[in-house]
Structure formats: structure tokens, C-alpha cells
Design a binder for this molecule. Sequence first.
Ligand code: SF4
Length: 316
Amino acid sequence: MIKLAQDEQTRPKYCSQGGYCRFRRCQARYCFHSILGLRSTEPRTALDYGRAIHCALPHLQRGNVVKGAAAFAESWKDRTSEEDEKRNFTRAMSTLDQWYESHVLKGTRPYTIVEPPKSELKLIDRRSADEFPFLVDLSPGDQPDALPFYGLIDGLGKSKNDPSYWVLEYKTTSELGTRFVNAFQLNLQIISYATALTILLPNYNIQGGYVEALRSSKTNADSLCIPVFVYRWEMEAFVESYLDTCTQITQCLDSGRWQQDFSACTTFSQHGSPGYLCNFHDLCKAEDWRTMLAAYVIDQSSPFEELTEGDAQNAD
Ligand code: SF4
């Protein structure tokens, strides 16, 4: 059990889908990341590469390959080496070229990208004008402990076949096979973003999301556009679970007690196969977790320039 005094805890102003997942997986994991702001000091190559691809794709969506390459280069310029064989400038150009040729030039995209609605939320680190940040109140009965739900959509697509709109989500991945596609059969990020947009933009007829997945590989340039339909009953189940989670987060904050769930430390316990190890395992292995804090940095920055109570429901 992780125990904190009240003055050690920073009370959250909102909850993202990442925060929701973290808490559902393990209260201590949510506490370390979202309440104490602990971040591991491991290299962020995959995150930096994904960010640079996010900067480039909106230009390619509009047929401007040169601007896309420049946007990638600008985001990637602080990388001091290109030692990662899968994630470097040369591989990125090959990957982006393949995506542009197969999805844009051949006209295979089932959607047209559209300008997102205006959002009053001001992002500190905006990657493109297509991004749509939102804060939405998911509590129909005005539940007092419900946190506004925060999200950032990569883009908005309008179907070429019917009057529906779709969340666009860009992903870079080393694995682009059945296991990756299955990860989006029932996917919290797409379900929650479609739910939020359905509430904020009731006239848009949101049907789900398209995941534009680009493979990170030292040899192959490959990509997929994966449609993910989201149904009304999935949205209702998400909202119910989200609001229940907010109540549990409040209970943990009030008591200062956060349970460690050892079934969630690796994929083996829950899915029967080896894989990801929780990046806070050093803390949970120690008799006194506070003695291991030097292995982490603290980052409690907000993605917004400023955030006020009135920012929820601020999209128009
Ligand atoms: S290592 Fe396990 S118990 Fe500790 S925070 Fe991570 S998931 Fe929770």
C-alpha cells in the first residue's frame, strides 16, 4: 500500500483516458504517475519518433509531402544521433512516402480530413492545426466527484460514403499484424474519444475512429487504416465505468491510500504472455518506495496554457 499525507498529493483537475487506464490497472500506478508526477528517465526515442510522425502526417493528408518532411525534420532536430535502426530520418521518409502513395495518391482513405471545430483549450505543445483538444463533463447527474474527461484527437475525418464523422488516431508501431489490429477491436481510447465527441458535437454523427497505423521497421515501409466502429452501448458502459473510477480516485485521495495491484505489473498475469513491465517496478520492489525516488524525475506540467473550472464543455 502506498500511503501519502494530504499535503503530498496534487489533486487532479481532470482525467485522461491514459489516467483512467492507469487507475483501473493499479491504484499505485495512477498515484505515482498522476498524483506525484513521477516519470522514468529511460530514453524516449519511440515517443519522440511518434511525435515527429504526428507533425508530418497532417501535411501529407493534404497532399503536401515537402511540408510533411519539413515538419518531421523540425520535430526530430533535437535528436543527437540516428542510432535507432527503426526510428531515424531516413526510415521516416520511406514510411511517410509509402503512406502517402498508398493512402493519398491511390485514394484509398475512406474519409476526407476536415478542419476540427474551434476549441478554447490552448495547448502548450501543439503538433498540428488538425488536433482537437477537449474537456468534457461526462456526469449527466452532476456527480460532485466526477473529473472532466480530457482528450486530444489527432484529426477529424468525414466519411466519403455517408454523412458521418470519425476520430482520426495516428499510431507508429513495430508490429503491424493481427495482434495490433485486435488491439483496436475494443479500444478504450477510440471508445472514449468517440463518446466525448458525440457529447460535444451532437450534429456530427460520430461513428467511431480510423486508426492510421505506420510500421516502424528497419526494412519495411508499411501501413494500415483500421476502422473501429463504436456503438452506443459501448459509450454508455465507458461513461458508467469512468464515473465509478472518479469516485474511487476521490476515495483514494481522501484516505491517502493507494493499493498496489501485483496482477498488473506485467502482461503475464493478466494475458498469459510475457511483455511490458510496469515502469514503477523499482518502487514496488523496494521495502520503502521513497528510497528509490532518485530514479525518477517529477513532471506535473499541464498540456494547457491555463486551465480553469469553466474549460469543461468549452468546445463550440
Ligand atoms: S509495479 Fe505493479 S504494483 Fe507497482 S505501480 Fe506498477 S502495476 Fe502497480
